[in-house]
Every structure is written in structure tokens, then in C-alpha cells.
Design a protein around this ligand. Structure first.
Ligand SMILES: Nc1ncnc2c1ncn2[C@@H]1O[C@H](COP(=O)(O)OP(=O)(O)O)[C@@H](O)[C@H]1O
Ligand SMILES: [Mg+2]
Length: 235
């Protein structure tokens, strides 16, 4: 089924809630898109996801579903609180659901995600870490097919979704071809050593229907989350 191509100005945008990011992607992630967020350990993927979900529920009236692996809800709630994101309050008011998945049938997982999204009419979905999928499949091809079908399902129910992908320092590795085959957008977080210090930056490698900056932009993580210094340029 061919999707109707929309011009940039027609696209509805999902504001990220990450200060400075929306300015460099035409105002936000196109609604319903699936974005892969890649980066080294400690590069800020999880903080990014927390902020996306939290701002969605508190500023943009969009409920969220957060899918995690192994980490229990309590740990996530406590971690997010460090940045001032009160997840417990969102859970209590039906604006957020956290699902910790265990290893079982992938089709069941997919149905569970769909049911959970529908139960609170969520518009934002996070899967962190996306490496979850490596545990489900031995064969790369199986993994790719299933992830593609999960991505399509999320799109079809109108959610803007982010799946994180952990890469090892400097070595890009694709999440079973997700970036190439199903993702509408790819954002990379860098944590690069320059002389004697680490410098954090962000690059938007691809974003459907969006004019993107080719510059790496510096980012800052603080006690209130992550922000992009969109006027700044790095290197
Ligand atoms: N208050 C803070 N100020 C500055 N940096 C912080 C603060 N709290 C956490 N960090 C840093 O933010 C990063 C968070 O990374 P995280 O989102 O967990 O990375 P990932 O999910 O990509 O592995 C860590 O590098 C951590 O040191
Ligand atoms: Mg993480």
C-alpha cells in the first residue's frame, strides 16, 4: 500500500520536549513515525526517552507507553525522578504505562504492546533498550521480519515511537536493519573524546518529510534532563 507523500508543511509534528531539538527538525518528529535512537552506553538514550515520554504527557497531552527489558518499573520511576520527571504521578493518573517484558513469545509481546497502547490511548511509545529483540531471535532474518511488523503495527495505531539501539564506541551497528527497512528517522547520540574530555553531541541522520541540519549539535545533560544547544556547532 503506497503511502501518500505529504509535503513538509502538511505533516503534523510530535514535539520532542527536548529543548533545541525540534528547532533542527522542522518543529518535531512527524506524527506516527518510528525513530531509532542510537548511541554508546552513557550517551543519554534513556534520559532522552524519559524526557520524550514525560513532556508528552505533561505538556502535549499525549499519553505514553514505556517498554523496558528487565528493569522493573520501580527502578525506572526512581531513575526518572532524579531528573524531576514524576513518572509515578503519570502512572497514577493513567497517562503512562510501563511494561517490563520477560522472555516469551514475540507475537504475545506485540499484542501486549498494542493492547496497552489502546488501553490509555497512548500516542508515544518507547522501547528501551531495543536490544531486547536480540534475545528473541537467533536468526537475523527472523528478527528483522518481526521488528518490521512491530514497527508497522505501531505506525498503524498512530503512535510516534522511539526504539533505542546501543552501539559500541564509534562502531555503528544496525538493529537488524531496522534503520534501513522500517525506521522513518535515525538519531545518533555521540559521546566523543576530544583531547582530554568527552563532548556530547547529537546528529539527526534521517527524518522523513523533514529538512535536517547536517551539523552535529552539542548537547548538555543536567539534573533537569537533556538539551540541544541548537545554535552551537561542534568541531
Ligand atoms: N545531573 C546530571 N548532570 C549531568 N549528567 C548527568 C546527570 N545525571 C546523569 N548524567 C549523565 O547522563 C548520562 C545518562 O545516560 P543514559 O541516558 O543512561 O545513557 P544510555 O541510555 O545511552 O546508556 C550518563 O552519562 C550520566 O553520567
Ligand atoms: Mg539506557
Amino acid at each position: 500500500m503506497a503511502e501518500k507523500e505529504m509535503t513538509r508543511s502538511e505533516v503534523k509534528r510530535c514535539r520532542s520536549g527536548i529543548e533545541g531539538l525540534d528547532e533542527i527538525i522542522d518543529g518535531g518528529i512527524p506524527e506516527g513515525n518510528l525513530v531509532v535512537l542510537s548511541g554508546d552506553p552513557g550517551s543519554g538514550k534513556t534520559v532522552f526517552c524519559w524526557q520524550f515520554i514525560y513532556s508528552g504527557a505533561t505538556q502535549f497531552n499525549q499519553n505514553g507507553v514505556y517498554i523496558s527489558l528487565e528493569e522493573p518499573e520501580k527502578t525506572i520511576v526512581e531513575g526518572a525522578r532524579e531528573f524531576g520527571f514524576d513518572f509515578q504521578k503519570l502512572i497514577n493518573s493513567g497517562k503512562l504505562k510501563i511494561i517490563t517484558i520477560e522472555l516469551y513469545d514475540f507475537e504475545r509481546l506485540k499484542n501486549m504492546i498494542e493492547d496497552t497502547v489502546k488501553s490509555i490511548d497512548a500516542k508515544r511509545v518507547i522501547i528501551d533498550p531495543g536490544v531486547i529483540f536480540r534475545l528473541f531471535f537467533d536468526r537475523e532474518l527472523d528478527a528483522r521480519k518481526r521488528i518490521v511488523s512491530l514497527g508497522k503495527m505501531l505506525k498503524s495505531i498512530g503512535c510516534t515511537s522511539i526504539i533505542t539501539n546501543e552501539i559500541s564506541l564509534g562502531k555503528a551497528s544496525s538493529l537488524f536493519g531496522l534503520e534501513e527497512y522500517v525506521a522513518d528517522g535515525v538519531i545518533l547520540l555521540y559521546h566523543t573524546k576530544i583531547k582530554d574530555r568527552f563532548v556530547r553531541s547529537i546528529a539527526v541522520l534521517k527524518m522523513r518529510n523533514t529538512k535536517i541540519s547536517e551539523q552535529l549539535k552539542p548537547i548538555k545533560i543536567s539534573g533537569s534532563g537533556i538539551k540541544v544547544l541548537s545554535k552551537g556547532e561542534i568541531f
